[in-house]
Design a protein around this ligand. Structure first.
Ligand SMILES: NC(=O)c1ccc[n+]([C@@H]2O[C@H](COP(=O)([O-])OP(=O)(O)OC[C@H]3O[C@@H](n4cnc5c(N)ncnc54)[C@H](OP(=O)(O)O)[C@@H]3O)[C@@H](O)[C@H]2O)c1
Length: 314
């Protein structure tokens, strides 16, 4: 059996790896998951489920035929691939599967670098936040060599995800879909934030507004509303936000750069991005992507913080 490795145990990665390890544990012949992370202690719950820790990523690469990565950004992914290429292990026939949100250019470069060592790369970014990852109900977009995606899809479908959108053999295409999808995500967070500030200031109240958003616009929009009314847009200092504001700014930057290249205007995305940047300047890194709400509150003459969020600090 091919050993499966996992690097990256953040808000999304830990939930996804947990579902993968639980799945492997049900297969009589499957080897347990080998995991690694910059902060190894994040993997303790995985160890309790039977996974094995390996603090050295190069050693993990040496032992595994399929290696998943779920990390913050392009630079972290590129460093991991460099580390794999410099590990001294043969990468022949290994499959690297990256689930992070990275720019299609990063994907293209990664494909070429790995191809030189006759390894495959699948870009498999995901849609859905931490609670959906915990439930194993993410939507994946996958692209790369068919032979590799045929091997990997059964590890995703009904394990970590409810749906796999196959974007074909060009790995940049799933990354492109992810960037395009995030234009909707970021605009929707801005729209929900604006509606909730409007509801509060006009005396309508955030409760009826949330009920309407949930029922009329669906659970995704409703989930964004809950991030505001439950205060998790500004979680306690030292905790890990559900979807860190810097990650969403990175996604918006990727979309903006591609839009400029193709002479497309994204005015809504621009507004949301500026509000996220302003939120980060005011409240620091420990903010969720929905924290543009704090700036919308300030613009309406209210405090950045609401009654359920943390009350200051950065
Ligand atoms: N959160 C969401 O709702 C969501 C949804 C869809 C897609 N995404 C995308 O999925 C990816 C992961 O998101 P996340 O929310 O899980 O992020 P996260 O909670 O910030 O976790 C990031 C992961 O990357 C690692 N990392 C960060 N900097 C590193 C470095 N310099 N060297 C080595 N490892 C490093 C972290 O290690 P430590 O544990 O040591 O910090 C952690 O494992 C991102 O690309 C994000 O845009 C997120």
């Amino acid at each position: 059996m091919t050993r499966i490795g996992w690097y990256g145990l953040g808000s999304m990665g830990l939930a996804m790896a947990t579902n993968l390890q639980k799945h492997l544990a049900t297969k009589p012949n499957a080897l347990n998951l080998l995991y690694s992370n910059r902060t190894m202690a994040r993997g303790d719950p995985l160890k309790l489920l039977g996974a094995t820790a390996e603090s050295n990523f190069q050693k993990l690469v040496g032992q595994c035929g399929i290696i998943f990565t779920m990390v913050s950004n392009d630079a972290v992914l590129t460093n991991l691939i460099t580390s794999a290429l410099e590990s001294g292990h043969s990468l022949h026939d290994k499959i690297f599967v990256d689930c992070s949100t990275v720019h299609p250019t990063t994907v293209g470069l990664t494909v070429s670098r790995l191809q030189e060592q006759r390894a495959s790369f699948l870009a498999a970014p995901v849609f859905g936040g931490n609670p959906i990852a915990v439930d194993g109900k993410l939507v994946f977009a996958i692209a790369g060599p068919k032979k590799a995606s045929d091997v990997v899809k059964p590890l995703i479908q009904d394990v970590m995800g409810r749906k796999v959108i196959d974007c074909g053999e060009d790995a940049t295409k799933s990354s492109l879909l992810k960037i395009a999808g995030n234009i909707v995500t970021v605009n929707m967070m801005e729209a929900v934030g604006e509606a909730q500030v409007f509801a509060e200031k006009t005396g309508l109240g955030t409760g009826p507004m949330e009920e309407l958003i949930m029922d009329a616009f669906g659970p995704v929009a409703g989930g964004y509303s809950k991030r505001l009314t439950s205060g998790v847009y500004a979680p306690p200092l030292g905790s890990r936000p559900g979807f860190g504001v810097s990650l969403a700014i990175k996604d918006a930057n990727h979309a903006s750069a591609m839009a400029q290249e193709h002479q497309v205007e994204l005015p809504g995305l621009q507004v949301s991005r500026d509000n996220m940047i302003a939120a980060r300047e005011y409240g620091g890194e420990c903010l969720d992507s929905s924290s543009m709400y704090g700036i919308l509150r300030q613009k309406a003459g209210m405090e950045f913080w609401n009654e359920k969020s943390r009350k200051g600090g950065k």
